[in-house]
Design a binder for this molecule. Structure first.
Ligand code: URA
Length: 218
C-alpha cells in the first residue's frame, strides 16, 4: 500500500482507490479553491477519545480540510463537544476558527470524499490501514465513538473483532477485547437530524455518557 506520510496520515495524492482519486481530480478542476485531498485527523494523539466519522462531505471537510468542518454534521458535533468539555472555543465552520479539541481526536473511516457521500465496501477496506495507524498512534485511547454503522464496522474490523459479537445500536457501548470501549451513535448527518432519527438530545445523551465514562483528565 501507499506509505503513510511522515505524520502517519494518507499522502495528499493517495492513489489507493481509483474512483476516489478520479473524483478528487475532477473536484480539483471544478473547485480549485477547495482542499480536495485526504482529510487528516484533528486533535491530539494523546487523547483518550477517538471519534470516527464516515467520510468528508464534498463542500464541507473536503473544502476546508478539517474533519466535519463546514459539513452540516459539524454543526451538531462541535457544539456538543464544547458543551461536554471535549473542545474549547466556538465552532465557526472554518479551520481557522480557533476551536481546539480536549482529550479528543476526530477522524473518518474513509479519508477522501466519495461521490454522493457513499464509499464502497472495497474503499472502506482500503482505507482501513489508516484507521489502524490512527488507533495505534494513540497510546492513551480508552473510548471510541463510532458515528453510524459504517464507522462502527470499520472500528471492529480494525481491531480484529467480529461484527456478530457487537451489534450496532444507537446508545450502546461495547467493551472490546483490547479494553477500549466503543460507543455507538447514529451519524449526526443532515438526513438523520432532519428525519429526527437523531435528535440533539439523543446525541447529547451519548456524548454525555462518554463524559461520565471518561472523567475529565488531569
Ligand atoms: N464530514 C466528515 O468529516 N465526516 C463525516 O462523517 C461527515 C462529514
Amino acid at each position: 500500500m501507499t506509505a503513510l506520510s511522515a505524520e502517519g496520515q494518507p499522502p495528499l495524492d493517495c492513489a489507493l482507490c481509483d474512483r476516489l482519486a478520479a473524483f478528487r481530480n475532477d473536484n480539483r478542476n471544478k473547485f480549485p479553491e477547495f482542499y480536495n485531498s485526504p482529510v487528516h485527523s484533528f486533535g491530539d494523539d494523546q487523547a483518550r477519545l477517538l471519534i470516527v466519522g464516515l467520510a468528508p462531505g464534498l463542500r464541507g471537510a473536503n473544502r476546508t480540510g478539517r474533519p466535519f468542518t463546514g459539513d452540516y454534521a459539524g454543526d451538531l458535533l462541535y457544539p456538543t463537544l464544547v458543551e461536554f468539555g471535549f473542545a474549547d472555543g466556538t465552532y465557526g465552520a472554518d479551520p481557522d476558527d480557533g476551536l481546539t479539541l480536549r482529550d479528543c481526536r476526530i477522524t473518518n473511516a474513509v479519508r477522501c470524499v466519495p461521490p454522493e457521500n457513499k464509499p464502497t465496501g472495497p474503499e472502506i477496506n482500503t482505507c482501513r490501514p489508516f484507521l489502524a495507524a490512527e488507533i495505534e498512534a494513540m497510546p492513551r485511547i480508552t473510548a471510541i465513538l463510532g458515528l453510524g454503522l459504517i464507522a462502527h464496522n470499520a472500528v471492529l474490523a480494525t481491531m480484529g473483532e467480529k461484527r456478530s459479537a457487537y451489534k450496532f445500536v444507537h446508545g450502546a457501548r461495547h467493551t472490546l477485547a483490547s479494553g477500549v470501549t466503543l460507543f455507538d451513535s447514529y451519524h449526526c448527518s443532515r438526513y438523520n437530524v432532519n428525519t429526527r432519527r437523531l435528535t440533539t438530545e439523543m446525541f447529547h445523551d451519548v456524548v454525555g455518557s462518554i463524559r461520565s465514562f471518561l472523567a475529565p483528565d488531569g
